[in-house]
Design a protein around this ligand. Structure first.
Ligand SMILES: [Zn+2]
Length: 179
């Protein structure tokens, strides 16, 4: 008979936890919840890898993109990462509590409102080399640049890329209309 591990239990009943940053929020009725990360370990020696299998679900619950979160974890845990087939793959075996710590650091910096502390910031907007946010909970506005965190330059380049794609589409549409 095989042993049932915590990890198996997590798979069976995806555990929900409060969305909190570095400070614990113990209120069981707190309305902002996310899944607990599910990690799978593979490989040996230099080939050790950690697969963060439910990063998509968690990113969605945080209103962020999984590639951005993957990038953050790589920076914070000083390891190389890859986001493929909806899974984040990190080099090395990252312990659950180290991953949790890193994830909560990400939430603290990029997900929670600096004023009210709620995860009520659905998106970023581009402002030159900065990203700006507006909290839907309290209306607070905030700006961040790469001095605040290295990840900001990654987010900025992603936003620029998206904007470029949109502009190209617009241009194509215009050309079609004029033709
Ligand atoms: Zn707020």
């Amino acid at each position: 008979m095989s042993m049932i591990t915590t990890h198996d239990l997590n798979m069976m009943f995806s555990t929900k936890v409060n969305i909190c940053g570095l400070k614990d929020i113990v209120d069981p009725n707190y309305r902002y919840k996310r899944d607990l990360e599910i990690l799978k370990y593979e490989g040996k020696g230099n080939g050790k890898k950690t697969r963060f299998v439910n990063i998509n679900e968690i990113s969605l619950q945080l209103h962020r993109t999984p590639d951005e979160l993957t990038k953050f974890l790589g920076i914070d845990l000083s390891t190389s990462t890859n986001y493929v087939d909806n899974v984040a793959i990190l080099n090395g075996h990252i312990r659950q509590d180290d991953m949790e710590k890193s994830l909560r650091k990400y939430i603290e910096i990029f997900v929670l409102c600096k004023e009210c502390g709620l995860p009520e910031i659905p998106k970023y907007k581009l402002d030159g080399k900065k990203i700006k946010t507006k909290c839907l909970g309290c209306g607070a506005r905030n700006k961040m640049d790469s001095d605040d965190h290295r990840l900001v330059s990654y987010i900025v380049s992603k936003l620029k890329q998206q904007k470029g794609d949109k502009d190209k589409k617009k241009k194509k549409k215009k050309e079609k209309e004029q033709a």
